[in-house]
Ligand binder design. Structure first.
Ligand code: DHB
Length: 390
């Protein structure tokens, strides 16, 4: 197969880039080793930032009417016996959207299929190599048949286990990483919402997050040992742990139909390009889930690369391709910092001293009692405007 842009990974970043490029008349081929069912069935975070929603609406992936039904205008922090609400429109003029990220993915795949360019699922890439006519993706399909995609550019949007990263950095695992001594135990439960807005809670027991999917399905998490066995707790113990984080609401219980343990990691690659091969999204960086920045940050990379590739095909100028790494890394580090800050402010490390805990509560008061502190949290949460959004 010959194309202009070969995109590794049919996740939200790869699909959105393909969609934007097509609107500019640029051909691309998106491939993914997983099946469409696998991709659409993966459980993901629930929050979309306002600027990410604008991108989806502006490019006709979804309608404005549809997304407005999912708008949330605030979240609560619970700590030290206090509940503090962040009023997003008052603080920032914007809201966020409880638009579950696997639903985003389904809508993006639908848009690709409607445009007549279905991603190539079950095409497992093995590596990226230099071909005689630009970079090449080589791999095997579900039948075990070899395939090659030869392109002007290859984009690695293939997640934290990226194979494109090996081409770019010469090493699958280099980069800057931060480990965390805790993770999340997450459940999906069949029950009505327990709270109208999301609750982020920090108590002596640790972190709890009460989120939602819709009127019938709820998503909740509690802080856990990242190595714990998902079957090590009973449903009763799960409810006790969740309820311990929220004294203001009686959690509405129901059948728990999915349980998972999420490991946390911060990870940033500062080398995002080699020759005509670029990295974006989780292939380039990973954030811990607190604040749900992952997909939203990936969209920033998408917009930078979209601008760069469009300019290249329009005028032949490589100016924005050359500046991609520097352009993208600024927001990557801001989101990395924000996710780190939200995570460390709300979780209790197993080795936390009394000093650490008192300081943490003071930090929470500093971010909730003053308008400046509230605005800082709210601006990061609803999402900074994308700089490359043209
Ligand atoms: C969800 C996940 C998050 O990481 C977050 O900050 C908010 C919501 C969720 O899965 O609903």
């Amino acid at each position: 197969i010959r194309t202009q842009v070969g995109i590794l990974g049919a996740g939200p970043a790869g699909l959105q880039l393909a969609h934007l490029l097509q609107r500019a008349g640029i051909d691309s081929v998106v491939i993914d080793g997983r099946s469409r069912e696998d991709i659409e069935g993966t459980v993901k975070a629930g929050i979309l930032e306002a600027p990410a929603v604008e991108v989806l609406v502006d490019t006709d992936v979804v309608t404005r009417d549809y997304v407005e039904t999912m708008r949330h205008d605030g979240i609560e922090f619970h700590f030290d016996g206090h509940a503090h609400r962040f009023d997003f429109p008052a603080l920032t003029g914007k809201g966020v959207y409880l638009y579950p990220q696997h639903e985003v993915l389904k809508d993006q795949i639908k848009a690709r299929v409607a445009a007549g360019v279905t991603p190539l699922f079950e095409h497992l890439a093995d590596k990226v190599v230099d071909g005689s006519n630009g970079p090449m993706i080589v791999g095997k399909n579900a039948q075990g048949e070899a395939f090659e995609i030869s392109a002007d550019f290859v984009i690695g949007a293939d997640g934290s286990m990226s194979i494109a990263r090996e081409y770019v950095t010469g090493n699958k695992f280099s980069g800057m990483a931060r480990e965390y001594p805790f993770g999340w135990y997450g459940i999906l439960v069949e029950a009505p919402p327990s709270s109208e807005e999301l609750i982020y809670s920090r108590s002596e027991e640790g972190f709890v997050l009460i989120s939602t999917r819709d009127e019938h399905i709820q998503r909740m998490y509690f802080q856990c040992d990242p190595n714990m066995d998902v079957n090590a707790v009973t449903d009763e113990q799960i409810w006790d742990k969740l309820q311990a984080g929220v004294s203001t609401h009686e959690l509405k219980r129901g059948p728990i139909f999915r349980k998972d343990v999420l490991k946390f990691r911060s990870y940033v690659h500062d080398s995002l390009r080699k020759n005509k091969v670029f990295l974006m999204g989780d292939a380039a960086h990973t954030v811990p889930p607190t604040g749900a920045k992952g997909l939203n940050l990936a969209f920033s990379d998408v917009l930078w690369l979209n601008r760069a590739l469009r300019e290249y095909y329009r005028s032949g100028s490589e100016q924005f391709l050359d500046s991609y790494q520097e352009d993208a890394l600024k927001r990557i580090w801001k989101a990395t910092n924000y996710s780190y800050m939200m995570t460390t402010m709300l979780h209790i490390a197993p080795d936390a001293t009394d000093f650490d805990k008192k300081r943490q509560v003071a930090d929470l008061y500093s971010h909730t009692e003053s308008l400046a502190g509230q605005t800082y949290i709210a601006e990061g949460y609803v999402g900074w405007d994308y700089s490359a959004d043209d």
